[in-house]
Structure formats: structure tokens, C-alpha cells
Write a protein that binds this ligand. Structure first.
Ligand SMILES: CCc1ccc([C@H](C)CC(=O)N[C@@H]2O[C@H](CO)[C@@H](O)[C@H](O)[C@H]2O)cc1
Length: 795
């Protein structure tokens, strides 16, 4: 597409789709016009991919997820369709600021963190590979809350991203499916009729997900909840306006908002209703499509692979059995077999509080038929394995992890360490009963968004050195290794990072009015706030470092900027305290004339996908400091390594594999291993011992306890201090001394820019394996047994 053609297309949509002339167009109008111009180029390829899937009778992958943390879509579409040049030139001619248009797009924040973002990376990789697939989720009216700070405290505001027109979705009124809840069941012989007492409609909205070079396009279908019966005119005419609107309001509640918890299941009725709503609609849509092509349901596992993204869609097991037995007359045991061979389950966390267990009473009231089937499935499993020691129903709760395991032919973890821990802890008994069911598929990230698009300086350097095949064959980055010995290349590599840091420093100065020195180490911890991720360990080191600088300001300290980013779940009190303490520490340190040129702390609010795309390319040090055994994988760690940030981290999740790939000498390792953690926790008073053994740690904790960061309320952080001194379940104190050692090692390394650049470039060169393309190919081979379809020629 030439710039002229792009210009015409933009102007066409401005006038005929937006109904605006150039003279009166706002940034929003230009963004929409450009979006529609690019979308036009995508739709043809999207349709062609669908046509080929039907024509080739290809097996389809169905990715069921309560979360898709997509972020912005315009730039992703432009990059994948290779239209950036045309867009920039066309807008230049129209005197419209390209960056302003990109920044104007709201993030589609339909997820909490890692799990949701992984789903988004997977969708883009399946399209790039040409794997016929559909993503299914919920079209939340409100995504993850918007975070702002008020006197250092987190305040949540609705993220009503759909208050503006969403350019990247197509409404599908014809795809409307009735969903029921409650009511009663009437058993008739081998099957049953379920008479729900409450009904509503799931209506589909489709978003095309285009892959690299526009070679393939898959669909993300998000369900919106709509009332069976709209507005109640009779009640309205009787002047009972609220009641008239009630059916609509009630129904829409189901897709109103994303639950903002990412590690603690709340057991809320609405959450279970959301899980069933989207899972049932998706399965019905999948069976409708299958039956439009095939008439033997035993073929289903051959033509469909349904992935349950954690236990949130776990009701898929009983629901698929219900649809096969009650609505299609298939024998129960055969139905369970068909369902199991179609379904697979990914576990993303071992945290006990995150494993979903639904109250039997609630399940029975909301989904009476499903509870019956869950009991039968559980009984059949116990019969099949000849023991009752493993059960999916226990002390009045339905355990969704066990149910998912029993109803899946493959169960996978998301890093090598995590998968091993699944086998030795939460799924130990089931693993012994089904030794070949658990496989590992280490996570990955899409290099299109997380390198090519967010770091054009580094990408250009790489392409100049080794060509651009790396974009969809990321392990080609290894070809950079010989270049790492070339001083000129290394200089350009360091220069690219430096310019990214300058840009970030300008942005932080403008947005946060804090001046930071691009010469300093940009030390970054961005992720959800959680005790196991140990942001408070980072804070303790920051405080200890500050106190040490104050002792000897002229000791030639290596300047450092601590950058934090992350949201706390609204109900997670401890996490909110950590947020507040971080802001309070920043206030004190940044205004300390003695130390601020050596140490600054910044905490941009509302960390999301777009902010990550701004921070990661400008980072030198990646904080991956979770208690070993707690972070299932991490994916931010991969994005940082790819963009040449060195990791300071524990042997947890995918850090282990990152260190193997980038080599131990290019990784700042510290802390206990997962086994050592289990041992250490057995020692009573382990934190007290650690504090007694390390005066730096003791001093830092004392500073917090004494109100050094809350002079107007000295006791403000007694909760955090008490937890550290008396509990410290996540062993912050026990890992502190080694963490301090590793941080000082990073200082020393950073003081040698050439060596640092070498280590950084080596991280980039050796991060190719962490592409989500590699991960998806793993799922296709080990889990879905799916093939890529012949893709369309390059855009
Ligand atoms: C029921 C509440 C709830 C909601 C979300 C979750 C997710 C499983 C939490 C999550 O995002 N886990 C993260 O998944 C990433 C992708 O696999 C991993 O890289 C992270 O290590 C893991 O914490 C648990 C519980």
C-alpha cells in the first residue's frame, strides 16, 4: 500500500465512516479513520484464512480464557501488515501526529496480569504460524480498573474502554446463544432435561487477530451479556422506570466488569456465572460449527482442541458432557471420553488461595445438572483408577483443579520448574495415577509487540546485522553472537538503549515531574503487587542503599533509578500497603539533597500493557525476585531479556530457563532455591535470625518502623514490619543479604559499560527460545495435535 493509497483510504473513512472533514477532525477521528483503513486490508486476509480452514477441514484450536490482556491494537495491526511506512508518510502529508494517534487508543485491559497477557500473545502467535484457532472470552464493558494515586494510596476508577467506539470489533447479532441458570432438573432414563429459572443471551463480538506479514488471521470472539427480554414497556408505562430497566441491567451485569483479583479466588456467585456464561456459549458455538461440517461427534477430538486457560473455564468438562448426553443422546461414559480427548488444561499457579473451589450449594443452585454430572464424572474416575483417594468433590466444595485434570487428556505447567512442582505438590496423586498426562510448555512472548513494535531502535540494529527473518523465527537472534565482539555493533547496541532511556526520562519528567538521569541504572520491577513477587524486598534494599549513601555520599556510588509499576487487587490490604510505602519512600528519597543524584524512585500509576511497552526497552535491570517456587513462570522476565535488560533474580519459574539460555555469567542470581525455601520455612524465627545477622536489613526495617517515610503517621507501616519480623512467609529477610550482594555486583558490572553492553547483547541474542511462536508450536505438537494451514502470501 503506497502512502498515497493510505492517505486516500484514511480520508475516505474520515468523511464516509466518521462523517468528519479534515478541517474539523480530532485526534480520535484520525485514529478511527486510520484504524478502518488498516482494518480494510486485514479483513480480506481474515476471510481467506477462514475459507481455507473450512476448505481444508483443518483441526481448530479453541482457546477459552476469562482474560485477554490485549492492550492497544492499531500499531500491532500496522506492524503486522507492514504498513508503518505508508501510515507515517500519509499522516505526515495530512499534518497529523502519528504518535498522538497511537497514544489516543485506550488499552483493551481485559485481564489482570500474566495469564491474560499470555492469552493475547498466544492469539497473535497462532495467527503468525497459521494455526486455525479461535479465542473465546468475555467482552467486559469495564476492563481492569484504572489506578491513580491519592497521597500515595492506590485509588481504583472504572476502565470504561468502550465509552468510545472500538474500531477492532464486529458485532455478530446472529451469534446469539441462550444461557440458563438455576431452576431444576428432570431425569429421564440416561439423560435429563434442565429447566433453568433464569435466562439471558450471549452475543458475540469478533475481533480479527492478524499475524506477521498478514499471512493468517484468526478470530477472537468475546461474549456480551444481553437480556432475553429488553426493556419492560408495561412497567415503564406504569411509571416504574427502574423496574422497567431492571432486566437489562441485571443481564448486562454478567459482562459488566472483570474481577480484579489475580491470585485469590473470591468464590463469588457472579464470578461463577461469568465462568459458565462464556464457557457454555463458547462450547455451543463450537458444536454448532462442528456439526455444520461433520455428523459424527466421535470425530470431535480430531477436529477441535479446546484449551482451558487455568480452571476459570473448568465447567467446560461437565458442560460438554451435558451437551453430548442430554442434548445429543450420547452415552455418558462415551461422552466423557470424547470430552476428555477434546479438552486440555493449563495450570498457571500453585498458590493455594488461587486454586478455585466452588461451594457445592452454590454450584447446585446455579448449575443443578452440572453438579449431578460432576458427581458422576468423579465416581467414574474413581472407578477407572480403582481408588477413591483423589476426588474432585471434597468437604462441600468442587475442586476445579482436580476436575480440570480429570476431564483433560493433557495438563501443562508453564515453566520447567513449575511443571515439576505440579507433579510433586498440588497434582502429586493425580500424576501418579496418570503419569503421562502432565507436560511442560514453557511460556513465551510475541516478538512482534515486545521487540519489533516497542523497540524500533534495537530492531533496526538487529535487522541491519542479520536480516529480518528473526521476527517470526526468533532463535535466529543467535546470529548476533559474532557481532557482539564487534565494538561498533556494541556501541550502537548501547546507544539504542541509551536513546530509549532518554525518551523515558523525558516522559517521566513530563508525566511525574521527576528528573531522572539516563546515565543511571534503570532498575525496573513491573508486575502485579503481591507478597510472593516481593516488591517489599526491593524496597528494603532501596532503603538500605539510601541509608548507606547517606553515610558516605562521596563513595562514588553508581547512580540508580528504581522504577516500580503495578496494581494491587482492591481487596488485598497488604499489597495496598506496599503501594503506599513505595510512594512514601519515593517522596523522601527523591527530595533528599544528599542522595537523590545517586538514587531516585519513580512509580508511574496505572501500569498496563502500553506502559510496559514504554518501560521495557529503556530498562537495564529486570527485577524477578519472587520466592523460589511461587512464580509459575513469569513473562515480563522474557520481555526484559529480549530487550537487553539483565535479570537480577531467583531460581524461580522461567528465570531458571532464562539463565540457562543467556548463560549464568549474564544473569545476577541470588537467593534460596525452591527446596531450600521449603527447608528454611521449617525453622522457627527464620526472619528474626536473618535480621539479627544483617545490620543493613535491621536498619532498613527500623527506618520503616520508626516512620521515617511517614513522619505524619509513624505507625503507618507497623503491619508490614510485624509481618516481616514475625511471619515473613515469603522469606524476604532470609534472602535479603544475598540480594544485596547481587545488587552490588550489578553496580560493579554497570560501571564497566562495554562489559555490560556485551552481557545485555548476549541476553538479546539468547532469548529467541522465549518466543510465544515456539511455545505455540509446542502446544500444537504435544497437546492439540494440530497442524498449521497453508497461509496467505505476504502482505
Ligand atoms: C480466581 C482468581 C485468579 C485469577 C487469575 C489467576 C491467574 C492464574 C494468575 C496469573 O496470572 N498467573 C500467572 O500466569 C502467568 C502466565 O502463565 C505466569 O507467567 C505467572 O507466573 C503466573 O503468576 C489466578 C487466580
Amino acid at each position: 500500500m503506497t502512502p498515497a493509497q493510505m492517505k486516500d483510504a484514511i480520508l475516505h473513512h474520515l468523511v464516509y465512516t466518521l462523517g468528519k472533514d479534515a478541517a474539523h477532525a480530532q485526534t480520535y477521528d484520525w485514529r478511527m479513520a486510520l484504524s478502518f483503513a488498516v482494518r480494510d486490508k486485514i479483513v480480506d486476509r481474515w476471510f481467506e484464512a477462514t475459507r481455507r480452514t473450512y476448505a481444508g477441514q483443518h483441526k481448530r484450536v479453541y482457546y477459552l480464557s476469562m482474560e485477554f490482556l490485549i492492550g492497544r491494537l492499531l500499531k500491532d495491526a500496522i506492524i503486522n501488515m507492514r504498513l508503518e511506512e505508508a501510515a507515517i508518510d500519509a499522516l505526515q502529508e495530512l499534518k497529523v501526529d502519528y504518535q498522538a494517534i497511537l497514544e489516543d487508543e485506550p488499552d483493551a485491559a481485559l485481564g489482570n496480569g500474566g495469564l491474560g497477557r499470555l492469552a493475547a500473545c498466544f492469539m497473535e502467535s497462532m495467527s503468525t504460524i497459521g494455526c486455525p484457532a479461535m479465542g473465546y472470552g468475555i467482552r467486559y464493558e469495564n476492563g481492569l480498573f484504572r489506578q491513580r494515586f491519592e497521597n500515595g494510596r492506590q485509588v481504583e476508577e472504572p476502565e470504561d474502554w468502550l465509552s468510545q467506539r472500538h474500531a477492532w470489533e464486529f458485532e455478530r447479532p446472529e451469534v446469539s446463544i441462550d444461557i440458563g441458570f438455576g431452576g431444576h432438573v428432570q431425569e429421564i432414563g440416561k439423560r435429563a432435561n434442565w429447566y433453568p429459572s433464569e435466562m439471558l443471551i450471549a452475543m458475540g463480538h469478533d475481533t480479527p487477530i492478524i499475524g506477521w506479514r498478514g499471512r493468517w488471521g484468526n478470530t477472537l470472539r468475546l461474549w456480551e451479556a444481553r437480556p432475553m427480554h429488553g426493556f419492560d414497556l408495561q412497567r415503564f408505562n406504569r411509571g416504574d422506570y427502574a423496574a422497567a430497566a431492571e432486566p437489562e441491567a441485571l443481564a448486562r451485569t454478567l459482562s459488566r466488569v472483570l474481577y480484579p483479583d489475580d491470585t485469590t479466588e473470591q468464590g463469588k456467585e457472579l464470578r461463577l456465572k461469568q465462568e459458565f456464561f462464556f464457557t457454555s456459549a463458547s462450547l455451543r458455538d463450537i458444536l454448532r460449527r462442528f456439526e455444520s461440517e461433520y455428523d459424527d461427534l466421535r470425530l470431535l477430538p480430531k477436529k477441535a482442541a479446546i484449551q482451558m486457560n487455568d480452571t476459570h473455564p473448568a465447567i467446560a468438562g461437565p458442560e460438554l458432557v451435558r451437551l453430548l448426553v442430554d442434548e445429543r443422546g450420547i452415552d455418558f461414559e462415551e461422552a466423557v471420553g470424547i470430552a476428555r480427548n477434546t479438552l486440555s488444561y493449563t495450570n498457571h499457579t500453585l498458590l493455594p488461595e488461587a486454586l478455585e473451589r466452588w461451594d457445592e450449594g452454590l454450584m447446585g443452585r446455579l448449575l443443578p445438572r452440572h453438579l449431578q454430572l460432576i458427581f458422576r464424572i468423579n465416581e467414574l474416575h474413581m472407578k477407572d483408577v480403582g481408588t477413591r483417594k483423589v476426588t474432585a468433590v471434597d468437604d462441600g466444595h468442587v475442586k476445579m483443579g482436580e476436575l480440570s485434570f480429570i476431564m483433560a487428556h493433557r495438563v501443562n505447567g508453564v515453566s520447567a520448574l513449575h511443571t515439576e512442582l505440579m507433579k510433586s505438590t498440588v497434582f502429586k496423586d493425580l500424576h501418579e495415577l496418570h503419569p503421562n498426562r502432565i507436560v511442560n510448555e514453557t511460556n513465551g512472548v510475541t516478538p512482534r509487540r515486545w521487540l519489533l513494535s516497542c523497540n524500533p531502535r534495537l530492531s533496526t540494529l538487529i535487522t541491519d546485522a542479520i536480516g529480518d527473518d528473526w521476527v517470526d523465527d526468533l532463535e535466529q537472534l543467535e546470529k548476533l553472537e559474532p557481532h557482539i565482539d564487534d565494538a561498533a555493533f556494541l556501541e550502537s547496541y548501547a546507544a539504542a538503549k541509551r536513546q530509549n532511556k532518554n525518551d523515558l526520562a523525558n516522559w517521566i519528567a513530563e508525566k511525574l515531574e521527576v528528573g531522572i538521569d539516563p546515565e543511571a541504572i534503570f532498575d525496573v520491577q513491573i508486575k502485579r503487587i503481591h507478597e510472593y513477587k516481593r516488591q517489599h524486598l526491593n524496597l528494603l534494599e532501596t532503603i538500605a542503599h539510601w541509608l548507606e549513601i547517606r553515610d558516605n555520599p562521596n563513595q562514588g556510588w553508581v547512580p540508580r533509578v528504581k522504577i516500580f509499576g503495578g496494581k494491587a487487587a482492591p481487596g488485598y490490604v497488604f499489597a495496598k500497603e506496599i503501594v503506599r510505602l513505595t510512594n512514601d519512600v519515593a517522596k523522601v528519597l527523591n527530595s533528599d539533597p544528599l542522595t537523590s543524584r545517586y538514587l531516585k524512585v519513580v512509580y508511574p500509576p496505572n501500569y498496563n500493557v502500553s506502559l510496559a511497552e514504554k518501560l521495557i526497552p529503556a530498562s537495564d535491570l529486570s527485577e524477578q525476585i519472587s520466592t523460589a517456587g511461587k512464580e509459575a513462570s513469569g513473562t515480563g522476565n522474557m520481555k526484559f531479556a529480549l530487550n537487553g535488560a539483565l535479570t537480577i533474580g531467583t531460581l524461580d519459574g522461567a528465570n531458571v530457563e532464562i539463565r540457562e539460555h543467556v548463560k549464568p555469567e549474564n544473569f545476577f542470581l541470588f537467593g534460596m532455591t525452591a527446596d531450600e525455601v521449603m527447608e528454611r520455612r521449617k525453622i522457627g524465627g527464620h526472619s528474626g535470625q536473618a535480621i539479627a545477622a544483617d545490620p543493613r536489613l535491621a536498619r532498613a526495617i527500623e527506618a520503616i518502623r520508626a516512620g521515617r517515610f511517614s513522619p505524619d503517621e509513624p505507625g503507618r507501616y507497623h503491619g508490614i514490619v510485624d509481618n516481616l519480623v514475625h511471619h515473613d512467609y515469603f522469606l524476604v529477610c532470609s534472602d535479603f543479604t544475598d540480594y544485596w550482594r547481587a545488587q552490588r555486583e550489578a553496580d560493579t558490572a554497570f560501571a564497566a559499560p562495554k562489559d555490560w553492553a556485551r552481557m545485555a547483547a548476549f541476553n538479546t541474542a539468547r532469548s529467541g527460545w522465549f518466543s510465544s511462536d515456539r511455545t505455540i508450536r509446542g502446544y500444537m505438537a504435544d497437546v492439540w495435535h494440530a497442524e498449521a494451514a497453508p497461509t496467505v502470501e505476504d502482505a
